[in-house]
Every structure is written in C-alpha cells, then in structure tokens.
Write a protein that binds this ligand. Structure first.
Ligand code: FBP
Length: 264
C-alpha cells in the first residue's frame, strides 16, 4: 500500500476532486442552467486545471471520455451510485468492479456509504470487498461518507459528520468526503475524529464565489485536506476562475478575500 501522500490524486497533502456523477445521482436537472455541461467532455476540460487532482465519474462516462484525457486528468472511478428515481431507504448499487476500474485507468476508486440507512450492513460489506480489492492495485479509496436514512434526522449536524469521518477511518478509507457541518469548529472535530485519514468537504449546491471560498477557507483552517466538488465548479460561467481561486485557498492557504482579489 503506497502512502496516500504519494498518490497521484494528492498534491502537497491535499486534493481537489472534481465530481461529475450528478447525471446519475440527481438526473439531468443539475444541467438545466448549463446545458452545454451535459457533454462530459466540457467538464473533463475543466479537470485539466492544475488545481484538480482527480475527476470522479461513473463507469459509463469514464469508458466514453477518459481515453481522450488520460494524459491530463487522474481518474477517480465511482464504484457505486443511485439515481433520484429510487424512492427506497438510501442505498447505492455497485455498478463497477475494482478490477475493471483499474483496467480503464483509474488512479483511485470512490464508494458511497450511507451510515444509518437500513442498508448500512450490506453497504459496509460491499465496501469491504472494494477496499480490499483496491489495496491489491494500490488504488486509494475515497468514501462518500453520507449518514442518512430512517434514523438520521439531520445529515449535516456536527455529531453526524464526526461520526461519518470516524466510520470512514474505521472501515479503511484513505479519504472521507463529508458534508460541511456548519462551522469551522465542527469541521475541526470531524477532522480530529478521522485520525490520520484525510477529510475533504463535499461541495453542495451552488453558492456565491465569496460564500463558497469562505467555507473552503474555514474547512482548510479546520485541518481538512481539500474538496470534492461538483456543482460549485462546473455550474459556474467561468469554472477556471474559481479553480484559480480555490488553488490559492487550498494549496497556498490564502484567505478567500485574497484569492478573490487576485483572480477577479
Ligand atoms: P456537489 O459538490 O455538486 O454537491 O457534488 C458532490 C456529490 O457528492 C456528488 O459526487 C454527488 O453526485 C452529489 O454530491 C450527491 O449529492 P446528494 O446525495 O447530497 O444529493
């Protein structure tokens, strides 16, 4: 197992994962205001920015588009996923094997676990197989650690997010992707609960440049190691400008104000 800091999806100890699995998870509705982004090639282009350490997509998108970007983008293959058409208790179908992810050039794999769901037991058992197979290929494992389901009233409250990072550490993830728990202090506690495992923040729905960069500044101050973000980057008119600013906040630990001033 290679140290996570030596992995190609990490730059100076941090990661900026550009996620574009929304067509499956949310449906085409996320592209309503940016119809040109329905073409996955447009988001792969964005992922060639130096700030981006990996692009997270599902198997079908990887098969179709990654061959044109394999020299410029690191692939994070999402191994499971669910559509918004599914109305049951939170669950996520395993739709790709780690063997196949490695075959099509993945540098890492991603897996959602809905702790607290009535399907938690099966999801954790599936994660065991994925995590152990990934070790065979030296592929880092990123857990989308999203507690939700019948027993979870508020999926972003501090104690839920701390549990999410701890669960990912205990199950053997290399990076946990979690929702923002609402404050820098709560994120710092979630990071502490993760031991030496890296925690990255999940982007969420699009906000203003300043609001988003300020939140990123807070989570980096809290000890998080970056971001896994979709809509807040590719739903923007100029994703490159925001990535320039994110590069400063994440890797140079600049403030949101300084990054905005330098990039506007
Ligand atoms: P965003 O930054 O756009 O929130 O994307 C992060 C992500 O985890 C995606 O990988 C995924 O498609 C989506 O959020 C799932 O969001 P949710 O399950 O909360 O609707």
């Amino acid at each position: 197992m290679i140290p996570i800091d030596d992995s190609s999806i990490v730059r100076d100890g941090k990661s900026l994962i550009l996620a574009m699995d929304h067509g499956l998870e949310h449906g085409p509705v996320d592209f309503t205001d940016v119809p040109q982004k329905l073409d996955p090639a447009t988001v792969f282009e964005t992922a060639t920015h130096d700030a981006v350490t990996a692009m997270a997509v599902q198997k079908g998108i990887a098969e179709g588009y990654y061959p044109s970007y394999e020299d410029d983008v690191e692939l994070l293959l999402k191994i499971n996923g669910t559509s918004n058409l599914w109305m049951g208790e939170p669950d996520s179908a395993v739709n790709c094997s780690v063997d196949y992810a490695a075959e099509i050039g993945a540098s890492a794999v991603g897996f959602t676990v809905y702790g607290g769901s009535n399907h938690e037991i099966e999801m954790v058992e599936e994660f065991r197989d994925v995590q152990e197979a990934a070790r065979e290929y030296d592929l880092p494992v990123v857990m989308w650690s999203y507690p939700r389901g019948q027993g979870i009233k508020n999926d972003t409250k501090p104690s839920t997010i701390s549990y999410a990072t701890r669960l990912a550490l205990e199950l053997g993830a290399d990076i946990a992707k979690v929702k923002y728990p609402g404050s820098k202090e709560a994120m710092a506690h979630a990071v502490d609960c993760a031991g030496d495992m890296k925690v990255v923040m999940s982007g969420g729905s699009k906000t203003s440049d300043y609001e988003f960069l300020s939140t990123v500044e807070a989570v980096i101050d809290a000890g998080a190691k970056g971001l896994a973000v979709g809509r807040n980057v590719w739903q923007r008119e100029d994703p490159t400008q925001l990535l320039d600013a994110l590069e400063m906040v994440i890797y140079e630990e600049e403030t949101a104000d300084a990054a905005l001033e330098a990039t506007e």
